[in-house]
Design a binder for this molecule. Sequence first.
Ligand code: C5P
Length: 238
Amino acid sequence: MNRSAADRIIVALDGMNPEQALGFAQAVPELLWVKVGLELFVAGGPVVVQQLRDQGKRVFLDLKFHDIPATMAGACRSAARLGAELITVHACAGSEALRAAQAAAAESAYAAGFQSPTLLAVTVLTSWDPARFASELAVAEPVASYVPRLAALAAASGIGGCVCSPLEVGALRSAHPEPFALVTPGIRPAGAALGDQQRVMTPAQAIAAGSSQLVIGRPITAAADPAAAFAACCGELA
Ligand code: C5P
């Protein structure tokens, strides 16, 4: 798909209260996509999503739903009604819950006059150390093959994409061609501080590896001039 550089970059509004998030979004007029995570949503509620949309921003609602099918469906119905265009769910909720979530999101978006949102499956959180994951959760399969297994489950359940680390993009993209979305955090522009991210790619590397969109937080939000940092990331993709 031919997308503009700005359409490829989703800025994570982490560590901000609603007022700061709205101020930030306004200060970066070229910014198209924002990610509203648990911290901001729990503080600001649905109204912050509405206010960001009123500014013309497109919203990735990253609340990582994981529950029984009826509750997943209800949550996705409400998220789609808000106009969220990307919504995260945990793949390990299972096929029944994933199908119910996808169907409810599509139906609710249609009723509200929006395009159907893309649900994105989270496979294994990258914060897990593989050895600890195996021992604490008693999962015998190595994380390296468990991730593609969960991605395949999500795809077979009608989910439109996955969130994955830059290191997983290549393998997932070969198994799941476009338009399956692969949305990738762990991005650092050349020369940027790593922070707590260990395994990173630059924006251009991640897109070349098969990411459809990138999630970038602190390299833009903590920059002295966020608009310039956003423009520089776009420039790397141009
Ligand atoms: O500031 P930074 O660019 O590291 O922010 C990355 C964003 O992506 C954060 O919102 C973080 O929670 C999210 N994320 C991540 N790694 C994952 C999944 C989500 O860094 N595996």
